[in-house]
Ligand binder design. Structure first.
Ligand code: NAI
Length: 297
């Protein structure tokens, strides 16, 4: 089995000072990528900042014989996002791989959630992924090569109590991934998303203690590495990953029910058919719509 290597490639991993991002950065560096380790170094709720976590990861990579530089810029501001990509260009001259991983939590039941808590979470996950990608995209387009991995979550795909802000952000990244995959296709820029479950500071208070070993972060990074590799042709997909299992997650449409005389009562009376999942439709209709949009723009 030939090893997947990243020699000559430059990777930017946001939020790489802790947890999943740290693990992604270490694996990519171990396999030859030059890595920008970005982390603001704040608390789980996004408050505060410290250069410590990014510096520690850079030091570890160097100790292992790899190449890395730290960035403590904030993904959620246009200046911070530009600075992260500029760090890659200044240190290594290019950017091939971007892993949008930085994230925060402000959990609260919907009735109690403040506007500030909603906005803060969207700012880091959605705006942050948009801004850092926006800074990297022209360089990827220019070199006709790029691999972008966004970080969604089961909470976004399936819902989770107390996380309307976070779920909105994480499902937002699915839409971002799908459309960016379409727009990046011509320039060989592949864009995918992962929906992980792993034991980190973000989840250790909610996951059972026995998950610590089974759901370790190093069981997520191999998927990120594959999606980041030049041999991976897949784009626009979302993968559930955790505990050694990897699965494609896809949005499907049921066979549906149709009538020439639609009314609220007819809908009520045919609810079972409307709710049916099988046989689900492929995305062919969606693809046709996309093709006509592309011609218009
Ligand atoms: P973590 O808290 O260990 O790591 C997140 C990192 O992002 C932290 O080091 C933090 O300093 C950094 N960060 C936060 N805001 C930033 C900003 N504005 N600019 C730069 N860096 C910033 O948590 P974990 O679990 O490693 O999370 C990584 C990603 O995976 C997040 O996007 C999270 O939402 C996602 N995720 C994690 C799951 C899990 O089971 N651990 C489940 C689903 C998604």
């Amino acid at each position: 089995m030939s090893e997947l290597r990243f020699d000559g490639k430059v990777a930017v991993v946001t939020g790489a000072g802790n947890g999943l991002g740290r693990s992604h950065a270490l694996l990519l560096a171990e396999r030859g990528a030059k890595v920008v380790v970005n982390d603001l170094g704040g608390a789980l709720d996004g408050t505060g900042a410290s250069s410590g976590p990014a510096a520690e990861v850079v030091e570890t990579i160097k100790k292992n014989g790899g190449e890395a530089v730290a960035s403590t810029d904030n993904v959620a501001t246009p200046e911070g996002a530009q600075a992260i990509i500029q760090t890659a260009l200044d240190a290594f001259g290019r950017v091939d791989i971007l892993v949008n991983n930085a994230g925060i939590l402000r959990d609260r039941s919907f009735g109690k959630m403040t506007v500030e808590e909603f906005d803060a979470v969207l700012a880091v996950h959605v705006r942050g992924s948009f801004l850092v990608t926006r800074a990297a995209f022209p360089h990827m387009k220019e070199q006709a090569y790029g691999r972008i991995i966004n970080t969604s979550s089961p909470a976004g795909l399936f819902g989770n109590f107390g996380q309307t802000n976070y779920s909105t952000a994480k499902m937002g990244l699915v839409g971002f991934t799908k459309t960016l995959a379409i727009e990046g296709a011509r320039a060989n820029i592949k864009v995918n998303a992962i929906a992980p479950v792993a034991w980190t500071r973000m989840t250790q208070s909610i996951l059972p203690a026995e998950f610590e070993q089974k759901f370790s972060v190093d069981r997520i990074s191999p998927l990120v590495a594959y999606l980041a590799h030049e041999s991976c042709e897949t784009t626009g997909e979302v993968f559930s990953v955790g505990g050694g299992r990897v699965a494609r997650v896809f949005v499907a449409e049921g066979p549906g029910w149709r009538t020439d005389e639609i009314s609220p009562e007819a809908i009520r009376d045919n609810w079972e058919a409307i709710m049916a999942e099988q046989p689900y439709l492929t995305t062919e209709l969606g693809k046709q719509a996309q093709a006509s949009m592309e011609k218009m723009l």
